[in-house]
Ligand binder design. Sequence first.
Ligand SMILES: [Zn+2]
Length: 290
Amino acid sequence: MTWVGVFLAALGLLVAAEVSEADKGALVVWHPSKPRVGDVAWILVKDVIDTASVEGSVDGKPLTFFPYAGGHAALFGIDLDMKPGSHIWRVGVVEPGREPRSAQGTIKIVRRDFRVERLTLPNTMVDLDPETERRAVAEGKQLAALYRTITPERIWRGKFTTPIGTTKAAMGFGARRIINGQPRAPHSGSDYSAPKGTPVIAANGGKVVLVAEFFFPGRLVILDHGLGLHTAYFHLDTIAVAEGERVERGQTLGTVGATGRATGPHLHFGAQVAGARVDPASLLGLSLSD
Ligand SMILES: [Zn+2]
């Protein structure tokens, strides 16, 4: 290499360094900037063409991006058991005709204190015989596998709608449950109390990926909205959709019941992003607008 070559190479490094420094502040925006445990946050990578390849992760867990607002966005679900504090994110962009860009930083996750709920249920619903226990565990695993499925197509659009026509607020997301005196798994959804027979509707466009009758959730419908986002509707009395069917936002999925482990008629509404159990209220308040 000539001295001129060395000089140009050094200049190139300098320019590249400057570009990546300048990009660092501008490439990525988090919404909200300080999300809480249980929130659905989203990250926007700005100024990226639709056909670019965008990758990213939080704590090494991959994000799934889609074209949005002149850039690419990805949902990030903050599981109800995720540790508050700083978590490392990384993003990389490869676009035709442009230098690859990358950035990394930390996102601060704010703690949230969940209620402790004490419930009394019939012992047959809590202390399971071995066969029922095996059934419940197998059903739990089937649901967990479904929630981790990342379908590459984005089916949801715009705002998410409340899955039931009620003015009563949903209750109990994240509650640490003590059932018949024993600590149990935290409550991973939100409960709407409503009379039996009240219609239950799809929170957004999606595909029906499971219709079943399981031990704890009772009659249930799971929707896959694409890109790792799922919503769940439990304890239904009747079901009006079939597996494999596409549904629109607001379409009737079934009616409120008290099937499975339920103390009375209510809708248990759950939401998961790539297997992270998130507060459905946060999904309903999502600030993405298309
Ligand atoms: Zn529930």
